[in-house]
Write a protein that binds this ligand. Structure first.
Ligand code: ZN
Length: 149
């Protein structure tokens, strides 16, 4: 029987090989871009916000399996969700990616289900890869700020 680590590796590889929501969105969708120079990862996030919802999200870019699979899982996790819930998911994910107590976490965040994203929790043991895993998320946050400004 495969262990949890193997299962997590499978989930990460599946999102890397078959990335979800790959592509671009035309304006007025917001486009933001993130780079992780430590690893060479590049992510572009296209974000369409409509009626308080993230109505569509597309991802393009290239990089290591951690950065690209994290972006794919993120797109699947936030698409169609209310903006407040998306911000909650982002906070939950980023707090999973840190060894410190997250002082900005709110009570509601504890109810947020990360699903496949939990496959990335092992990354926290490899500090150099944390930037890979969080790149898409920081890029998404920028886009959210722009879209809701
Ligand atoms: Zn990387």
């Amino acid at each position: 029987m495969p262990g949890l680590e193997d299962l997590y590796r499978e989930i990460i590889l599946d999102h890397y090989r078959s990335p979800r929501n790959r592509g671009e969105l035309p304006p007025p969708a917001v486009r933001t871009e993130g780079h992780n120079s430590l690893c060479g990862d590049e992510i572009q996030v296209y974000l369409a916000v409509d009626n308080g919802l993230v109505s569509d999200v597309k991802i393009s870019g290239q990089g290591c399996s951690i950065s690209q699979s994290s972006a794919s899982m993120m797109s699947a996790a936030v698409k169609g969700k209310p903006i407040a819930e998306v911000r909650s998911i982002v906070r939950r994910f980023k707090s999973m990616m840190t060894l410190e107590e997250e002082e900005t976490a709110e009570a509601d965040d504890q109810n947020v289900k990360l699903g496949d994203l939990e496959a990335l929790q092992g990354v926290v043991k490899f500090p150099v890869r944390i930037k890979c895993a969080t790149l898409a998320w920081n890029t998404l946050l920028q886009g959210l700020d722009e879209a809701t400004a």
